[in-house]
Design a binder for this molecule. Structure first.
Ligand SMILES: *[C@@H]1O[C@H](CO)[C@@H](O)[C@H](O)[C@H]1NC(C)=O
Length: 587
């Protein structure tokens, strides 16, 4: 899943960046799963901060309209039959075998890997392909498999109606490496796939072999039931999502673009968030956006020389002043109504059973009142997680300079890592960096160049230089925001599918059992390579975050596990999604 990580995992940052920034498995706070949970946490955390009081607010029109439960009609028989089957002990055994077998084949991806064919570590994926071939025989006889860049898996299950745009289901084959020094902290060995009757243990059991195996298990089962799709289904499984995705999804995205063209897919569903209980309500939070990022390299050069006759400021001293200036001037976090998190908040206010009344009032009122919107901003500013999701962030992550205790440093540099707000852009971020340092550049008498443009006066004498540049590869724009309005048929279909899945898994009829709230994560998934394929991209795989002991259990760290009940519900989700999309006529 998406991660905040600068390096592997659901790498937010490209490989080169990740490479340069770090050389160990990414900590879980940079992981996709962590981000998933951020979305959910957003809801919880809000409640703690709001003070209860007696405001009452009567809203006029409904915010956050909810789709109806959507169950297949044309495909009703196969849906019912499959749901019955998924509920049997025999199917549970198959599901355990499928997932635990996949966990037993390690597929670690690392930062700094050389291209496929050069770096032997990629060869770990060949046994995984062999495993899939053996585990899913019907998939491999009925779907067309194309291997892209050797290990990228692209399956096509041709539908009978070529006029319908295909559904694209994505997942990734690779896992975060297990840190060898932590192996003895695992209750069950990380590649055991051990099943204790409730949980399947091991690296990848959740992230993201549950997604990949969930999809293939669903299709194998549909094939067994002799289902023939009307709408073509395409599967795209990258193999280096945990280290930025260039070799896997990067190549697959290009390939699919060549085959299906721009906007060639009806919708895309990749790994992402799930649902959990917040505010007395079950809230599902499909990711509809991703922040961008850029690593700004700040470099100062100054004359060298012997440290016994120093100037007032060395390059290191000047750089330090610049970095202090950065931290004194964080980007201001102001929520706008275009922000995905704003939609999340609207949904919580409209449908959450237990939202503190002052918070509910402020959120609702902000739809029409700028004053209330500012109050909401100041509320968000006090919450680190929320404000990080809403605003452009900055973090000084690396610094270097100097080579010798008695030599004046000729060069000093630092990296400032920004995660760019969905409503902002790379250009805006570069511009604000440039303006931020202008006064100090002048004060320290430096020739100032930012992103290739000279900022200080041409030819003026100077005692050194200040240069800002994109480190590595220039960063990534924020993702386009997936439409979620009443007319956005794919979002409505996904919402109705989530509700139907939740209900059928629990054998309940209650239409209002789940609130679907569009949300976002601060990291990136493989979908960063799929933007051109469809505007309807969702990062969601229906994990039940409510049943893990800790919502962050094991993701990207020791003791990763997946609960079998949640995995079975995931299979119901993919089943319902495929059947609903198959008969949808609105897109
Ligand atoms: C800037 O540095 C140059 C070169 O050392 C020097 O000639 C010039 O006077 C300095 N300007 C200021 C304003 O200190």
């Amino acid at each position: 899943m998406p991660s905040l990580n600068e390096k592997g995992g659901q790498g937010v940052l490209p490989t080169t960046v990740e490479t340069a920034l770090a050389a160990r498995p990414k900590p879980f706070w940079r992981s996709r799963k962590f981000l998933v949970l951020l979305g959910l946490y957003v809801c919880v955390h809000l409640g703690h901060e709001a003070r209860e009081n007696s405001y009452l607010y009567n809203s006029g029109e409904a915010a956050c309209p909810q789709a109806d439960v959507l169950t297949p009609t044309k495909n009703a028989d196969v849906w019912t039959a499959l749901n019955d089957k998924i509920g049997t002990p025999a199917f549970k055994t198959s599901a355990v075998d499928w997932l635990s077998g996949a966990v037993r084949v390690p597929t670690e991806s690392y930062d700094n890997m050389d291209p496929v064919g050069t770096d032997p570590r990629w060869e770990a994926f060949a046994p995984f392909h062999d495993y899939l071939l053996g585990a899913f025989p019907l998939v491999h006889t009925s779907l067309k498999l194309t291997k892209v860049n050797t290990y990228g898996l692209y399956y096509e299950w041709k539908g009978t109606d070529a006029s319908l745009k295909p559904l694209l289901l994505a997942a990734h084959q690779d896992v975060v490496p297990v840190d060898p020094s932590t192996v003895d902290q695992w209750t069950h060995p990380p590649y055991s796939g051990y099943f204790d009757g409730e949980r399947i243990w091991g690296r990848g059991s959740m992230d993201d072999k549950s997604g990949l195996i969930g999809i293939l298990s669903t299709i194998e089962t549909l094939l067994e039931a002799e289902f023939q799709p009307t709408r073509t289904i395409v599967l795209s499984f990258g193999f280096d999502e945990e280290s930025a995705g260039f070799h896997g999804a990067g190549a697959l995205g290009e390939y699919l673009l060549g085959v299906y063209g721009e906007n060639g897919f009806a919708m895309i569903v990749d790994e992402g968030s799930g649902f959990t209980k917040q505010y007395g309500s079950i809230i599902a939070t499909p990711g509809i956006a991703e922040k961008g990022f850029i690593n700004v390299l700040v470099e100062v050069t100054a004359a060298g020389g012997h440290s016994s006759i120093p100037p007032a400021h060395t390059s290191i001293g000047i750089l330090s002043a610049l970095l202090v200036h950065y931290e004194k001037h964080p980007h201001k976090v102001e929520i706008t109504r275009d922000e995905p998190i704003y939609s999340t908040l609207q949904c919580v206010a409209e449908h959450g059973n237990d939202v503190p009344s002052v918070l509910r009032h402020t959120i609702k009122k902000s739809a029409s009142s700028n004053k209330a919107l500012r109050r909401l901003s100041s509320f968000i500013q006090k919450d680190l997680v929320l404000s990080s999701l809403v605003g452009t962030t900055q973090a000084i992550t690396r610094i270097e300079g100097g080579v010798k205790s008695n030599a004046l440093p000729e060069r000093a540099s630092a990296l400032v890592n920004h995660r760019i707000a969905v409503v902002s852009s790379l250009d805006e971020t570069k511009q604000s960096n440039t303006e931020l340092l202008e006064r100090l550049g002048h004060k320290f008498n430096l020739t100032y160049t930012a992103f290739g443009q000279q900022v200080s006066a041409e030819g003026a004498p100077a005692s050194g230089t200040l240069t800002l540049s994109d480190a590595f590869d220039g960063g990534l724009e924020p993702a386009p925001v997936t439409p979620t309005g009443k007319d956005a048929a794919p979002y409505q279909l996904l919402s109705g599918t989530i509700k139907a899945t939740y209900n059928v898994h629990r054998a309940i009829q209650d239409v209002d059992s789940v609130i679907v709230a569009p949300s976002m994560m601060s990291g990136n998934t493989d979908t960063r390579f799929y933007w051109k394929l469809s505007p309807h991209i969702f990062r969601y795989n229906h994990h039940n975050a409510a049943i893990a002991d800790s919502p962050l259990a094991g993701i990207h760290t020791v003791n990763e596990f997946h609960n079998i009940d949640s995995f079975l519900e995931q299979i119901r989700f993919f089943t319902t999604l495929i059947l609903n999309a198959d008969e949808a006529t609105s897109f």
